[in-house]
Ligand binder design. Structure first.
Ligand code: HEC
Length: 233
């Protein structure tokens, strides 16, 4: 079975993620969603949910974390390409995650937009100045992990990115873990801890040269992991 040949590489990838981000283990244990204001992000700018932001540049305040973000306004950004419409959001479901080879490749990663903003998303990805990805953008490096851009102001500390740990199989995708600051992969690597190191103009996208600690994988190995996606046939 093909599964047996691809498993070691995927496991090795996850292990390397864990070991590359040592501070993750202790930092995340006590965090709860929506309650983490300590990340040192700059440039995360839009909206606010109650109590969870400092330095938010737009003035929306609603007293309830469970209410929608209506009334929040996207802050102005000098960077390219934000197509965010106020109040837009995308709450992904397991079936949204398909063979990653079906999505557009930009350098190492695969990108798609669930709300029809793919052109804008690619424009941001290709901008030399960076920018904020439009709501509904999904980006994956490997079949088992994804980032989805949620509505403005839902999670200022993660730039409104929701992180996913996925379980792709030949019969489809299950969502293992999803969330904002608290998502840790199965070996203890916290997504946000690593991705928050990207300089603000890159909107939490690490790639290479954006300020994140590098992954110990060659581009060829990453391509190989993508091609091993069990949903692609
Ligand atoms: C050890 C630090 C680290 C951890 C932990 C980590 N990532 Fe990443 N991630 C990176 C780096 C570095 C890249 C860029 C790899 C490359 O292109 O060479 C990356 C790439 C990605 C990409 C492609 C876009 C980009 O930023 O380049 C996505 C999507 C992604 N990671 C999602 C996740 C998710 C979801 C989690 C948690 C389940 C996670 N990552 C955990 C460091 C990390």
């Amino acid at each position: 079975m093909g599964d047996m040949t691809r498993t070691p590489l995927v496991l090795a990838f996850a292990l390397a993620l864990a070991s590359g981000c040592n501070e993750a283990q202790s930092a995340t244990a006590t965090e709860t969603a929506g309650n983490t204001a300590e990340t040192s992000l700059s440039g995360s700018s839009s909206g606010s949910t109650s109590g969870s932001t400092s330095g938010s540049t737009s003035g929306s305040t609603s007293g309830s974390t469970s209410s929608s973000t209506s009334g929040s306004t996207s802050s102005e950004s000098t960077s390219a390409g934000s197509a965010t419409v106020p109040d837009e959001d995308y709450d992904a479901v397991a079936d949204d995650f398909v063979c990653i080879l079906d999505w557009t490749q930009v350098r190492n990663f695969r990108i798609h937009n669930f709300l029809g903003h793919l052109d804008d998303a690619i424009a941001v990805a290709e901008s030399v100045d960076g920018g904020d990805y439009p709501v509904g953008t999904v980006i994956q490096l490997v079949p088992s992990e994804a980032m989805v851009k949620r509505g403005a102001g839902l999670s200022p500390e993660s730039g409104d990115w929701e992180f996913f740990e996925l379980k792709p199989t030949a019969s489809g995708t299950e969502i293992g873990v999803r969330g904002f600051a608290e998502v840790v992969n199965q070996f203890g690597g916290n997504c946000l801890d690593c991705h928050a190191k990207a300089e603000p103009q890159w909107d939490f996208i690490c790639e290479k040269g954006h300020g994140c600690d590098p992954l110990p994988f060659t581009d060829e190995q990453i391509a190989q992991i993508q091609m091993s996606d069990p949903r692609c046939d």
